[in-house]
Design a protein around this ligand. Sequence first.
Ligand SMILES: [Zn+2]
Length: 265
Amino acid sequence: MTANYSTQFRSIKDEVSPGEWEARVNLAACYRLTDSFGMTDLIYNHITARIPGDDEHLLINLYGLLYKEISASNLVKIDLEGNILWQPDTDYGINKSGYVIHGAIHRARPELKCVIHTHTRAGMAVCSMKCGLLPMTQTSMRFVGHLGYHDYEGPALDLAERERLVRDLGPHDAMLLRNHGLLTCGATIQQAFNTMYQLEMSCRSQVDAMAGGQEIVLPPQEVIDHTANLYQPGTRRPYGVLEWHAMLRLLDAEGKNSGYPPYWH
Ligand SMILES: [Zn+2]
């Protein structure tokens, strides 16, 4: 018997609730956008989202697919512990150990609908800098006072580390996992993606500026604090709402003739 690693999946649109289907489409789009903006790590990492009306159940990627191959119908339904409740007809499964970080946060912060974790080059670089994320750009200032830091403890995540992860995230929607990577979460999939994009761009610009070797200028603290406040999702407008339609248009255009099935399949 050969394993079934086919990447052709039948549509399950008519088999799930409209709310679940919408979450599946948006989460699949979030995976594609993460790929589009260069934030993938081969087949690794996860983005998880709660199913509306069924908050104890989450959607997660099949372990083995490229983010380019993830679509609404091939996302796996799991419970908060990572047990599989439904998966498409395939021999791919999920990476349960990779899910541990997500599980800890989903359990502790029920208001969060989506958790994104990446291992990008710039993210890993800034996570390894003693100074952490510098408030050196308008983009990075939004994270001042709103960013958690979690020290590296090795890849094996025990129960006690889950508690420390939750403690270190605190009330924030973003965290640097020291020597490891980036994490963002949000009240919606769209907002979590927007936050991850901003955090990634903050890290890339910091790495570039430091590589340039020139002294970095920082604005006065009151300007930084004022800016951080203005960019909070609750201050002026939520993030990811206006942006999302443009992001979906980008995916539709990029998907034409790409050879990969559309995210909304
Ligand atoms: Zn990781």
